[in-house]
Design a protein around this ligand. Structure first.
Ligand SMILES: Cc1cc2nc3c(=O)[nH]c(=O)nc-3n(C[C@@H](O)[C@@H](O)[C@H](O)COP(=O)(O)OP(=O)(O)OC[C@H]3O[C@@H](n4cnc5c(N)ncnc54)[C@H](O)[C@@H]3O)c2cc1C
Length: 282
């Protein structure tokens, strides 16, 4: 039997509907991850609550100090809204280069973050490197948490709670997103590096925030490399050499597109590529 789909007219209606459906229900945003469930050997939920009619979830508000992104904003809308904004290049590239144009017009930021079994999600490392927070709504009100916390709690949010907003500080001076699809555009990346830096008065790296996606089951910050980069010149070869030194921090996951060791082996090259992009954007 096909799943039951309820088109929620508003956020409170979606929250109520999810609460009533309990474990049998889940949000349906762009559907681009859900539709592939059978290919992954996963079952559809008996019921979905579609979020596509909720205009409030699609807004993207760009402020001087921070950006608020509705969970229902598509990759395409996000790439367009962030185009040319300094410091946010990593997220603009992640949104603008993931998947293919047709998928980018349907796929949402919320779906990318909430798909807990999707290791190769492009937006997740970009949002980690940029220090994002997320907002969760439920019948008992709203809660804000760091994206790292969300990534580890997203399977245990409980029925009736959904991701509504992503909040980003505009603190990084420059950022870049380097991804490696194996064969062609539209493939999931086998490894991703997102890098955000702030430079000191002498042009050296004061703060580096680096996140790695698709190498392990869940994207995470590369904290040892972040510490090693402080005080370094923004030189792609130096950054790649330091990345090589710290690559053993990762245990790559084996997958159909690439073995785990390969995902780790390409990280220094991706760090070099991200640093080159940063220099080009200067
Ligand atoms: C051909 C193809 C190529 C792709 N390539 C890439 C790629 O290169 N990079 C990449 O990052 N992605 C890629 N994707 C994956 C793409 O599906 C996700 O990136 C997309 O962001 C998922 O968003 P969605 O709105 O379609 O999610 P959906 O499929 O609607 O939902 C995904 C999951 O999130 C849950 N969910 C959705 N919204 C919310 C919410 N607001 N709160 C709580 N839970 C929610 C759903 O219940 C479901 O479990 C590709 C997909 C396809 C089909």
């Amino acid at each position: 039997m096909p799943p039951d789909i309820y088109l929620a007219p508003s956020l409170p209606a979606a929250v109520d509907a999810l609460d009533e459906r309990g474990e049998a229900g889940a949000p349906l945003a762009g559907g681009t991850w859900i539709m592939r469930a059978p290919l992954r050997g996963a079952a559809f939920k008996p019921a979905y609550v579609a979020l596509s009619r909720i205009a409030a979830l699609k807004t993207i508000a760009v402020g001087e100090a921070r950006i608020e992104i509705g969970a229902g904003a598509t990759h395409a809308a996000l790439a367009k809204a962030l185009d040319g904004l300094s410091g946010l290049e990593a997220l603009a590239t992640a949104a603008g280069k993931s998947a293919n144009p047709a998928v980018r017009h349907m796929a949402t930021v919320g779906g990318n973050l909430a798909a807990h079994d999707f290791a190769a999600a492009d937006l997740v490392p970009a949002l980690l490197a940029l220090g994002a927070e997320v907002e969760i709504a439920g019948r008992r009100g709203e809660e804000r948490m760091a994206i790292e916390t969300f990534l580890h709690r997203r399977t245990a949010l409980g029925p009736g709670r959904l991701l509504t907003k992503i909040v980003l500080p505009r603190s990084a001076a420059r950022s870049a997103h380097a991804r490696l699809p194996l064969r062609k555009a539209g493939d999931y990346p086998v490894a991703v590096v997102s890098l955000a830096v702030t430079l000191d008065g002498a042009g050296r790296i004061a703060i580096a925030d680096i996140a790695v996606g698709s190498v392990e089951a869940v994207a995470r910050r590369w904290t040892s490399l972040e510490a090693a980069l402080a005080g370094q010149a923004l030189d792609p070869d130096t950054l790649a050499r330091l990345a090589e030194t710290h690559s053993a921090d990762f245990t790559g996951r084996d997958g159909v597109e690439a073995p785990g060791w390969y995902r780790v082996r390409v990280l220094p090259a991706l760090v070099r590529r991200a640093a080159t992009l940063l220099l080009a954007a200067a």
